[in-house]
Design a protein around this ligand. Sequence first.
Ligand code: PBG
Length: 333
Amino acid sequence: MRPISAPFPMSRPRRLRRSPAIRALVRETVLSPADLIWPVFVCEGEGRRESIAPMPGVERYSVDLMPGLARRAADLGIPAICLFPCPDPALKTDDCREAWNPDNLSNRATRAIRDAVPGLAVMTDVALDPYNARGHDGIVRDGEVVNDETIEALVRQGLEQARAGADILGPSDMMDGRVGAIRRALEAEGHGAVAILSYAAKYASAFYGPFREAVGAAARLEGDKASYQVDPANSDEALRLVARDLAEGADMVMVKPGLPYLDICRRVKDRFGAPTFAYQVSGEYAMIRAAAQNGWVEGDRVVLESLIAFRRAGCDGVLSYFAPEVAGMLQAG
Ligand code: PBG
């Protein structure tokens, strides 16, 4: 694209910035509640809401509160909720078996939402970390996160999530070959309509810190996740991973974290044209929230600006802890 413009003063770009009406006419991207996926933390108990210290304004909710949250999402025009369980620590084991318990926290929450608001899409996390005594996304043997054995566990976990009624599976584990294995298992069991939103380019990021507190994995984690998550210095590698996951049957792909990786979002969208999502992760949320609470930035404006940036960078949608707040702002106009 090579726009032609006359020299000054025949061209005055400010003409198109003169009034809200003219700015609205030429605006290139829009953010709508339909672009948002709301990540929700689930805890044990009843009528229970727990605050999360590094994420002010975000809480964990017990399963019985899921229908209320689902109705809120639907009323706000948010199409999907993404569930992250924070199970009883006593259920964390080395083999991570709670991950494929049909009645685990995540599967109970899925059914609760399914029954209450059938039209809302439920996305689930396919990864072992909430159930792993060692805090890793994969099974640990002799200090190593083992790939192929983890895939078998992920397939069992993903199948139970589909049986519970999940619409979208989100493998966030970064093992090699997991998308194809999950896709084949879904097809074989008659869950061909269940979508996979692959965390294709998931970086080994320090921005996940508050999340690990939220799901109770922080204290357990031995070492770091650099042997399976992507080096933040790499960009071409992200494209290879997206290509691989699409070839294995992913329907949508994700880049994670969000704002520090907008260059990756743009490259992925330009190269593949697939439905592309970004995750504005817990550390990004915490930074914006903390600055806003201190009065150092205008919270509402910064939140909206941060989210329109994802749309501008080519993302079709964003997972954001700000989802309900932002949808409310957008509805209010
Ligand atoms: C782990 C998982 C993580 C997040 C989503 N799924 C953390 C990690 O990889 O350690 C991070 C989300 C966030 O920080 O908001 N399966």
